[in-house]
Design a binder for this molecule. Structure first.
Ligand code: CP3
Length: 347
């Protein structure tokens, strides 16, 4: 099978597929016992990311278990700020933390864009090795955080709060925030282009925190995503994961991406009407459903997602956000079985 024949790649180009392709955000992770064992072997999460053989093993684990239509390279969005020297630590149960968060304009002026070939070599090596191991079986997705989402973590210094500090920074020091966003856009663009050069067949930009911005979303988040995409190697499709920004679907569809990943608050039928035909939609089963549904409820929830998009081309089944660590892997199998049982997408 040549790479362009994969269901995922066809669906991303809004071409007909015999069934709806499916993969899961955070498909490698703590809900899998084999992942927990691998992380123990690595010592900690960052070491796992930074050891290409182990990162590739984590990438492949979910594909050994489940019939998934994509692999996503095992890494994290925070590799860029880590490579910029902010001192990343990711402790179990605590979320990410930076030793040197950005507090003032001088902190931002001192930053340099990482050279991916040198500073993020471990990611590129993992991409190359994963591609070789996959051997054409499933397309490999590379990824990065959006400039705004990275800026939020870099200014806050930790996740989990209400992000008041980054919003205040954007409001009170907009020039300085823009300087940071421009630097991050250049960094993300070079990083994604390097992943593409090393074998990523799709790239995805995670804009997890765009929803914090309300009416300022375009200015502080979307415009910088568009700047990333404008200078990407466009031989591969680009997915933008847009969380909490359903009000902006039309402008997201115009940012240059090929597909929009939507959260579970979005009705796919309405989203399709709003974005038109040429752009693929990815999503959007609520991850919580996998925690509490019985088999019958799960089946009908999956059917509802598929039916809401309907049988036109351009849908990739996924969750509306990352899979939760408490999820029973059995439920994932049931969910993917339910996706495969549905009627083929019409030509
Ligand atoms: O999807 C995949 O399987 C690929 C791997 C992947 C991870 N993080 C691994 C990870 C991807 C695509 C990400 C993206 C990511 N990382 C995002 C955007 C997507 C989203 O979920 O909104 C964000 C915001 C981050 C930042 C981040 N990394 C947080 C907030 C955390 C801690 C919270 C948590 O889930 O524990 C991480 C750590 C992290 N990244 C883990 C994994 C598997 C857990 C680390 C562990 O094993 O302890």
């Amino acid at each position: 099978m040549t790479a362009t024949d994969h269901l995922l790649l066809r669906a991303l180009r809004c071409r007909p597929t015999e069934r709806t392709p499916a993969w899961i955000m955070r498909q490698a992770g703590r809900y899998l016992p084999e992942y927990r064992a691998l992380r123990r072997r690595a010592g900690d999460f960052l070491n796992l990311c930074k050891t290409p053989e182990l990162a590739v093993e984590a990438t492949l684990q979910p594909l050994r278990r489940f019939p998934l239509d994509a692999a996503i390279i095992f890494s994290d969005i925070l590799t860029i700020p880590d490579a910029m020297g902010l001192g990343l630590r990711i402790e179990e149960g605590e979320g990410p933390r930076f030793a040197k968060p950005l507090r003032r304009d001088a902190d931002i002026r001192a930053l340099r864009a990482p050279d991916p070939e040198r500073d993020l070599r471990y990611v590129l090596d993992a991409v190359q090795l994963a591609r070789r191991e996959l051997n054409g079986g499933a397309p490999l997705i590379g990824f990065a955080g959006s400039p705004w989402t990275l800026a939020v973590y870099m200014v806050e210094g930790a996740g989990g709060g209400e992000f008041a500090r980054s919003l205040q920074f954007a409001r009170e020091q907009p020039q300085s925030m823009r300087r940071l966003l421009r630097l991050l856009a250049a960094s993300v663009r070079e990083y994604l282009n390097a992943q593409i050069a090393h074998g990523a067949e799709v790239v995805m930009v995670f804009d997890t925190w765009g929803g914090l911005l309300g009416g300022d979303y375009e200015e502080f988040s979307l415009d910088h995503i568009a700047a990333v995409i404008a200078k990407l190697d466009r031989t591969v499709p680009v997915i933008v994961f847009a969380k909490g920004v359903a009000a902006h679907l039309e402008s997201i569809a115009a940012c240059g991406c090929d597909a929009i990943g939507v959260d579970a608050t979005v009705d796919l039928a309405e989203a399709r009407r709003r974005v038109g035909r040429g752009i693929a939609l990815q999503g959007n089963l609520a991850p919580e459903i996998l925690l509490r549904a019985n088999a019958v409820e799960l089946e009908s929830a999956v059917q509802a997602v598929l039916a809401s998009h309907g049988d036109r081309p351009g849908h990739i089944f996924n969750l509306g956000h990352g899979i939760l660590p408490a999820t029973d892997p059995e439920m994932v199998q049931k969910m993917l079985d339910a996706v495969r049982r549905t009627m083929p997408t019409a030509a």
